[in-house]
Design a protein around this ligand. Structure first.
Ligand code: ADP
Ligand code: MG
Ligand code: MG
Length: 880
């Protein structure tokens, strides 16, 4: 099949192909060419070739170089410059480009095709010796680095020597003579490092460069980046087979003060504001802008330098947005006043910007409401729900300095100076801020572990900024007043010193770096966010509930849009200091009578809790799960704690120890818990139901519309539910009578479906259930046979070896566990067509799982309060 696709005035071949085949960069270069934007011509070698290269044991497929040479011929004709010519050579860049962009992960070689003779020729042809040797030294450096694996610092040292000789600090100040000497020095570095002379044959250079780009696909940092992205739920990236290679005619931003190069976003990727956000450098090439060699200028200043080029850039912004109907991330170069586009792709943005851009684009008529709903990745809404610093606390904060507001958010943590250290301390449970002069792709593991990132050099498009924004992680970049000493693990800021144990606060929204811990606050949920939520609500079918067991959580979830509680775990209520003592004496009790005495003391607490929750959720259903965990979880472990408990209860330590031993189980998660507790100790169920009913009666008297749904956990057989349902109904009646309540109560009784057998026999179970709620945490555990508490030991390996695509406890295993859910719904409804069915496991807040829940006809999903907005959006996306 075809291996090379040309783009240029002669022809544009790749436009109809997929991103998977041509990579994002290649496909968009073809597209931009086709819509008439100024793009230097070139060609793209497909990702399939990369795959073939690896499958053949790192060998280029037969015929590839013939196709490449043919494309080079077309390019030569189009530009009227021969490749490898001595006097006016065609030069090319060799660029990587996978289907998913991996910022800075793979390598680019510029000015390829130069050699000793043609550099002299280029100097003559352009009448610009300085430029020609600048291009050559860059080629030797990049080729040495990317193709031959030479270390960059070897070149750096040679450059420093030349700069010293000419008494200059900036690259651009080195005169032509110096750059000539530099080329000689670089060739010597190359020879010393590789044992060979720098290759003078352009075709040879090209072939090796292509292989090197393929090679960079499997460099450690590229593999790391893909692993982290996969772990974050980017499933596409794991399925990619390789990178494409783009070979493109060079344009030169380093021809003098009328030339330059830049990068930018067509809208602000932090705030979403409709304003071009970018930077450019005069007389520079390629990575100079992002490498932090010189400090770039904001594009807003570009008009002062070259009015026409700036105007054209703004027109291109509009053309691109109209064409792609989305915000773009672009790279451009200006050669002697002429603007060229070198790249465009959909711009990464945080959730806040995504929401604003989607809403603005609806207003501008670029996209529809439905497209806006689809446009915002549901999980990125967490960025809108991120805390910020309390204004009062920030006003009073001890501001050390200000850097660039590279990625918004508020981060508070202790200083970590290396990526490894950040990783290790994160794993030990610490919140750390990674402090680096600048980050590089090797740092990604540490960046991912840190709560925030602080760099002392680099701009808004530096590696740290781009990666942090992609992850929605707080980042302050280029805080030049921060002097980092990696050896002593200290930073000095305006005369003050901070070490590893010191806490600092970063405001990624303003760029401020503050000493100590600054208090944070919850976000506001109005404006565009609220608008997007109304659109989501308009299109979703699933109801969204929350998992909450306190009035405060219920209230918050309701503010986030929860339409009820899908899971109220009553055991959480027993752990509070004033109650645990009664719980423990209930557990110690040897007779039913003693147990009831202890339970009676717990009753008022439960009633009060329920009343508070019913009130907070007035008018909405509240699913209360009866006691679920094995009793030993409520007893203290360790001698000291047992002694304290004995003293508090006035019993002997030995008594506690022996009870603990009796309660000990080998597999507590498969032991005496859930409905099994209610079978052996029905008085626990009675107390809980009594508390629920009394709370409901009390609400009714206050005209508060309480809608309790009593949920019996861990049912595996219809008989369990039959017996316990009877018990519940009986208790409801006796409680009403005892309270002499004759009004109507809206209470239903259902079950949690979390044991595979309950799914298999759901038609029988449904006879005794008003509703089902899938407890997919336990269901996943029991279906896979993975202990949830022990998966840490092997799951990372399973994910790495792709035995499971993702953590099945985070994202529902739709092909396995999902079958049980689908069967449970179908069988349950075969008995009761109107059976209400929901899900209350962790999966209820996971967009991919929500999509599945929608497809199997669930009525609602329930998730933690902070994920409610995400679930609302994901539910809409599932239906659209
Ligand atoms: P990355 O994927 O790391 O962004 P690119 O392939 O985009 O790498 O190359 C990096 C930079 O090199 C570009 O942003 C651009 O400035 C420069 N560059 C690449 N190709 C050319 C070219 N044909 N002419 C001029 N500059 C180029
Ligand atoms: Mg690029
Ligand atoms: Mg469970």
């Amino acid at each position: 099949s075809k291996m090379v696709y040309y783009f240029g005035k002669t022809k544009t071949e790749g436009r109809k192909e997929s991103k998977t085949l041509l990579g994002g960069k290649g496909l968009n270069l073809a597209e931009m060419t086709a819509i008439g934007l100024p793009v230097p011509p070139g060609f793209t070698i497909t990702t399939e070739v990369c795959d073939g290269y690896y499958k053949a044991g790192k060998k280029l497929p037969k015929g590839l170089m013939d196709e490449v040479n043919a494309a080079v011929k077309t390019l030569e004709k189009e530009l009227k410059k021969p490749f490898g010519d001595d006097s006016n050579p065609l030069l090319v860049s060799v660029r990587s480009g996978a289907a998913v962009s991996m910022p800075g992960m793979m390598n680019t070689i510029l000015n390829l095709g130069l050699n000793d003779v043609s550099t002299a020729g280029l100097a003559k042809a352009t009448k610009n010796e300085r430029f020609a040797y600048d291009a050559y030294r860059r080629l030797i450096n990049m080729y040495g680095d990317v193709v031959m694996g030479l270390e960059h610092h070897m070149f750096e040292e040679a450059f420093d020597k030349v700069k010293k000789k000419y008494k200059v600090t900036e690259d651009t100040e080195v005169p032509a003579e110096g750059l000539k000497e530099l080329c000689e020095a670089y060739k010597a570095v190359y020879k010393k490092g590789t044992g060979e002379d720098f290759p003078q044959d352009p075709v040879h250079q090209l072939q090796l460069a292509i292989e090197a780009v393929f090679g960079s696909w499997n460099a450690d940092r590229a593999i790391s980046y893909r692993r982290i992205e996969s772990a974050k739920g980017n499933t596409l990236i794991g399925s990619l087979v390789g990178t494409a290679v783009n070979v493109q005619a060079m344009v030169y931003g380093n021809m003098g003060d009328d030339s330059g190069t830049g990068v930018g976003f067509t809208r602000d990727p932090n705030t979403g504001q409709n304003k071009f956000y970018g930077e450019f450098l005069i007389n520079a090439q390629g990575e100079d802008v992002v490498a932090g060699i010189r400090t770039p200028q904001p594009v807003s200043e570009m008009g002062k330098w070259d009015k026409a080029a700036h105007k054209e850039l703004m027109e291109i912004k509009k053309t691109l947005e109209d064409h792609y109907t989305d915000m773009q991330d672009i790279e451009f170069t200006i050669e002697k006043g002429k603007l060229y586009m070198l790249q465009t792709r959909t711009g990464k943005r945080n959730g806040i910007a995504a929401v604003k851009i989607a809403c603005d684009m609806v207003k501008e008529g670029l996209i529809t409401e439905k497209e806006a709903v689809m446009r915002v990745p549901a999980s990125d809404l967490t960025h809108c729900l991120l805390p910020s610093f309390k204004p009062t606390a920030r006003n009073a904060a001890d501001v050390l300095c200000r850097g660039l507001n590279a990625s918004p958010g508020a981060a508070v943590g202790k200083l970590a100076f290396t990526a490894n250290d950040a990783r290790a301390r994160f794993e030990a449970g610490e919140n750390v801020i990674l402090v680096r002069r600048e980050t590089s792709p090797e740092d990604v593991e540490g960046m991912s572990a840190a709560v925030g990132i602080l760099t002392s050099t680099g701009g808004a498009t530096s590696h740290a900024a781009v990666v942090a924004r992609g992850w929605g992680k707080c980042c302050v970049a280029g805080a030049s007043e921060v002097v980092i000493n990696e050896k002593t693990k200290k930073i000095t800021v305006n005369g003050r010193t901070f070490g590893e144990k010191d806490i600092i606060s970063l405001d990624g929204t303003t760029g401020e770096v503050m000493a100590g811990e600054v208090e944070t606050q919850e976000p506001k949920l109005s404006g565009d966010f609220a608008k997007l939520m109304t659109w989501a609500d308009k299109y979703r079918r699933l109801a969204i509930r929350t998992n909450a067991d306190s009035p405060a959580d219920s209230k918050r979830a309701r503010e986030f849009g929860a339409e009820g509680i899908g899971l109220c775990r009553t055991e959480h209520m027993f752990f509070e200091a004033d109650r645990i003592i009664h719980m423990r004496s209930m557990i110690l009790a040897e007779t039913e009578k003693d147990r009831r005495t202890a339970l009676k003391k717990l009753l008022p607490f439960q009633r009060k809790d329920f009343e508070g929750i019913f009130k907070a959720m007035a008018g909405l259903p509240v699913t209360v799960r009866l006691l679920d965990p094995p009793l030993h979880e409520f007893l203290p472990h360790g001698d000291a704690a047992q002694k304290d408990m004995a003293k508090e209860l006035g019993v002997k330590v030995a008594e506690i120890k022996s009870r603990s031993e009796v309660l000990h189980e080998s597999n507590p998660m498969l032991g005496h818990r859930g409905c099994r507790l209610s079978v052996t100790y029905p008085e626990i169920l009675e107390m809980q139901v009594q508390a629920i009913v009394e709370a409901a009666i009390s609400c009714a008297k206050k005209k508060i519309d309480a809608k309790p749904e009593i949920m019996i956990p861990l049912v595996g057989t219809a008989a369990e539910l039959r017996i316990l349902r009877e018990k519940v109904l009986e208790t409801i009646e006796t409680t009403k009578q005892a309270k002499k309540f004759t009004g109507k109560l809206d209470i239903s009784v259902g079950t949690m479906i979390e044991i595979p057998r309950a799914c298999l026999t759901a038609n029988e179970v449904a006879e005794y259930a008003d509703f089902f709620s899938f407890g997919t945490n336990d269901l996943t555990q029991m279906t896979f046979g993975y202990s949830r508490d022990d998966v840490g030991g092997f799951l990372p390996d399973y994910i790495e070896h792709k035995i499971v695509p993702v953590d099945p406890f985070q994202s529902l295993d739709t092909s396995g566990v999902g079958q049980l859910v689908a069967m449970g719904v179908e069988k349950g409804r075969s008995t009761k067509p109107k059976l209400k069915v929901g899900i209350c496991g962790e999966h209820g807040g996971d967009p991919a799982s929500i999509d599945f829940c929608d497809s199997v006809g669930l009525d609602y999903v329930s998730c933690s309060p902070f994920r409610v907005p995400i679930a609302r959006l994901a539910a809409a996306q599932a239906t659209l």
